[in-house]
Design a protein around this ligand. Structure first.
Ligand code: BDP
Length: 327
């Protein structure tokens, strides 16, 4: 073979190899809605650190906290489409996209947080994950988001009648709107970032969330009655775009998965601490907390919400029953 040709062939090969290496170094972008210091924020930063460590720098993740890259429904679309690789999402706004994932948004479906994790770590979780993957999102690990309860600026809530006539902010999901309507209130779906101002100016009378979000957003400053209805226990995911994940080698997949699992155990530990410290902090600031002695009337009021959901999704009845039958 001609010497020059051989040399240029070798050069081309070297260039191709170099290019190949360069193309393998992935720079991902990640979305998170929470502020600095929040358990999810710390855990997502840990995830980014672990991903680069475990992949020897072949994958790096730049995290954008505080919802700076947009609202949660928009970010979910971005991760589905691949504009963003990663997100920490609440399954609430994923429900309208993946019907299986919407079972977790049925009020009172989980008995408590440990029950939720037993379901997620079993067959129920596998079905939910498969439903999400079919829509382009793979949950790498589950985060804890505790239980959500009602809060407002005027009075403690003890019975469904206390919600009657109240305008209550909910996340974007018809199940939550149905839930408020069945309690006699007026649901107001709205982005998380708008809730503080809306509570303050009276655009809404109340909202619902867990202790850490009630505290970190400052909602407690403008809605000082927190009533422990614990009507929703919604898991969160550390979710990745399905094509991005499925396009990785097996080794890279294991590294990313391991990083996610470690991030989730950190999140769960920090979550338990933050639930207690957030509650203590808001109570010290003057929030009036009340237990609800009888939650049965709230649960009874949800019967039409379940019926409507099962009529619209008859094939999901076995999943609902599986969750209810899980000890
Ligand atoms: C918080 C969730 C966050 C939601 C927010 C909300 O962690 O993902 O966006 O509630 O109510 O608890 O919108």
């Amino acid at each position: 073979m001609d010497q020059t040709l051989t040399a240029s062939f070798a050069g081309a090969l070297a260039a191709a190899t170099l290019l190949g290496t360069a193309a393998m170094a992935d720079n991902w972008r990640g979305w998170n809605i929470h502020v600095e210091g929040y358990p999810n924020t710390v855990a997502m930063d840990k995830f980014a650190e672990l991903v680069s460590e475990k992949t020897d720098g072949e994958i790096t993740l730049q995290m954008f906290h505080g919802g700076t890259l947009g609202s949660q429904p928009d970010a979910i679309e971005q991760v589905r489409l691949g504009g963003l690789a990663i997100g920490n999402f609440n399954l609430g706004p994923i429900g309208p996209i993946a019907a299986e994932a919407n079972v977790v948004s049925l009020p009172f479906i989980f008995k408590d947080v440990p029950h939720m994790f037993r379901v997620l770590n079993g067959e129920g979780g596998a079905q939910i994950a498969a439903g999400m993957e079919a829509k382009g999102l793979i949950p790498l690990a589950w985060y804890d988001a505790g239980a959500r309860s009602f809060y407002n600026g005027t009075k403690p809530i003890n019975a469904p009648g206390d919600v009657a006539g109240m305008k209550v902010r909910v996340m974007n999901n018809d199940l939550y709107s149905g839930m408020i309507s069945e309690l006699g209130g007026n649901p107001s779906p709205m982005a998380f970032a708008e809730v503080y101002q809306s509570l303050k100016t009276g655009v809404v009378d109340g909202a619902e969330n867990n202790w850490p979000s009630y505290e970190s957003t400052g909602h407690f400053e403008v809605a000082g009655y927190y009533s422990l209805s614990q009507h929703l226990i919604i898991p969160e995911c550390l979710c990745i775009n399905a094509d991005v994940y499925n396009g990785l080698s097996e080794d890279m997949q294991s590294a990313v998965k391991e990083a996610a699992m470690e991030s989730a155990s950190l999140q769960q530990q920090l979550w338990a601490e933050r639930e207690a410290s957030s509650r203590a902090m808001v109570e010290k600031a003057g929030v009036v907390t009340n237990e609800i002695a009888d939650k049965d009337p709230f649960q009874q009021a949800m019967v039409p919400v379940y019926e409507a959901y099962l009529t619209a999704n008859p094939d999901l009845r076995p999943l609902v029953e599986l969750i209810q039958a899980t000890d």
